[in-house]
Design a protein around this ligand. Structure first.
Ligand code: NPW
Ligand code: K
Length: 495
């Protein structure tokens, strides 16, 4: 599988309606509930005698939970339903009671081995009301394993927004197709593992709302050098980064670029960072700049501009010169702060990929930083449309948007990446991919994937430095195909 697709609540609802029209009433809910019951049974050491509590809201999400509870009760589980709404799915409740399940008070939650969150699904709107919110908190505080039905209640299925209390699930069993909010933080952080139940919806789904590349999807997009290639044909990336004040950003961006497959890296910058890059990376071709101009640098297939550049006149002129070139340009960090003072700089014929974090995007678009963090999808989409460029918004879930395509969500991120200098490495990696001919959309999403995977390899559950992330990029590329260094040595058995 090359891509994971996810859909908004509206998209799911229309597909469900089209499918439902062709099936006897209740068929879909029974399919959903039987998948849910099987997933719950897999989590329990033994179904017989286990204590299961269903949190049941007033809609069909509660119906799913009740029917699944009935299946578990028939297999000998002690199933109790806590009814949160003024209404309850009557047929579901009847099925549960027929199977031996009972209605219980809120106290039951604390004693459960397994808690099934059927409070709300795609029909929810806004923050959870009482008593739903209280029940969500009780589930989070309880020792039992929590399984969310369709989406964790409190997480907006279409955006991943969490407006108040929300259930923290160990497993989310989602019906028919993944919901967008399960892939995007903060919602993604509440979903735990995601299991998809096939209810026959696929043929009725429209194009996805968001997608996420898988290992195979990234591997298929990375160029592999053929026998006839040379360093120029593999792509030359130019890095315009660093200042006398910030030298490290230049070293890190060049490091990321060198590891991500470009045939050559050209560095252009002032004396101090140039000396540091030369000392650290003899592989890079260095042009020490006296003037903010790239005229003497030589041909490149893509530029990275911005990390550690400062925001003075010199830096502004350099950013303008790079953007005036005709090759794809990645703008990051100080480059973005400079562009924020005049976004007209971004209007050019060549492709532009910008890689802001929420604060930088706030300066570019005028939206509030917290507002961006809470609604990453909507803001990245709006920025791509407004600025007319590809936007990679960094953060706990990195998202990449370009007009006319579904937003790509990155699934490899790790909190260990929240460390100084890792953004500079990402700009080097993505710039290297741009130079190898990937579009801004692919370079951004594959770059974010490799950056996250490299960080996971480098961190192995412990703190990491940005330089280590860059060093682990080749291991991440190898891991895409499940190959090890040894496998590649074995290719040479005849020699
Ligand atoms: N359709 C299908 O074919 C299939 C659907 N399936 C399942 O159905 C689910 C969708 O069911 P749904 O449409 O009934 O909505 P649902 O998510 O249960 O919530 C609506 C209820 O919640 C309430 N409520 C809303 N907001 C609230 C809040 N903030 N705080 C508190 N309460 C709030 C709202 O109450 P009201 O505002 O009306 O008083 C309303 O009664 C879907 O996620 C999947 O699990 C599967 O079986 C597969 C087949
Ligand atoms: K739920």
């Amino acid at each position: 599988m090359k891509m994971i697709a996810a859909y908004s609540a509206d998209q799911i609802r229309s597909a469900e309606q089209a499918l439902m029209a062709r099936l006897p009433e209740g068929t879909l809910m029974l399919r959903a509930a039987s998948g849910l019951a099987a997933a719950c049974a897999d989590l329990l050491p033994k179904v017989y005698g286990s204590r299961v509590v269903l949190l049941v809201g007033s809609g069909d999400n509660g119906g799913d939970a009740l029917y699944a509870g009935a299946v578990l009760a028939r297999r000998g589980a002690r199933v109790e339903a806590v009814l949160a709404g003024e209404r309850t799915h009557q047929a579901g409740l009847h099925a549960l009671q027929e199977a031996g399940g009972v209605v219980a008070g809120e106290d039951a939650v604390a004693a459960a081995e397994l808690i099934v969150d059927g409070l709300v699904g795609i029909g929810a709107s806004g923050a959870l009301r009482e008593p739903y919110a209280r029940l969500a908190e009780a589930a989070n505080a309880a020792a039992g394993l929590v399984v969310a039905v369709d989406v964790p209640s409190g997480v907006d299925a279409s955006s991943g927004r969490v407006a108040g209390a929300a259930v923290r699930a160990a497993l989310t069993v989602t019906m028919g197709a993944r919901k967008t909010g399960l892939l995007v933080d903060p919602g993604a952080g509440f979903a735990g593992r995601i299991e998809l139940v096939d209810i026959g919806l696929d043929a009725y789904l429209p194009g996805p709302d968001v997608t996420a590349l898988t290992r195979a999807g990234v591997a298929g997009r990375l160029p592999r050098p053929g026998h006839e290639t040379d360093k120029y044909r593999r792509g030359v990336v130019g890095i315009a980064a660093g200042s006398d004040q910030y030298t490290g950003a230049a070293v890190l961006a060049v490091g990321g670029a060198l590891r991500a497959g470009a045939g050559m890296v050209r560095y252009a910058g002032p004396g101090r960072p140039a000396a540091q890059v030369r000392a650290r990376w003899p592989e890079a071709v260095i042009t020490e700049l006296d003037e903010p101009s790239i005229d003497g640098v030589g041909r490149v297939q893509a530029w990275v501009v911005g990390p550690g550049l400062g925001t003075g006149r010199w830096a502004r002129e350099l950013v303008a010169r790079v953007l005036a070139s005709d090759v794809p340009v990645l703008v990051d960090a100080d480059g973005l702060n400079l562009v924020a003072k005049g976004v007209a700089l971004l209007r050019r014929t060549g492709p532009v990929l910008i890689t802001p974090h929420a604060g930088e995007l706030a300066r570019l678009t005028g939206a509030g930083r917290d507002e961006i963090e809470a609604g990453r999808l909507a803001h990245v989409r709006a920025a791509a449309a407004e600025l007319g460029v590809t936007v990679l918004l960094k953060g706990s879930t990195t998202v990449v948007a370009e007009e006319g395509s579904p937003v790509r969500v990155n699934g490899t991120g790790t909190p260990w990446l929240a460390a100084g200098g890792t953004g500079d490495v990402l700009s080097g990696i993505a710039g290297s991919l741009l130079a190898q001919g990937l579009s801004g959309y692919d370079a951004g999403s594959c770059g974010a994937y490799l950056h996250g995977l490299a960080a996971r390899i480098a961190a192995c559950g412990a703190p990491l430095t940005a330089a280590e992330v860059a060093e682990a990029v080749p291991a991440a590329i190898r891991a895409l195909s499940g190959e090890s260094a040894l496998d590649h040595a074995r290719e040479l058995t005849d020699w």
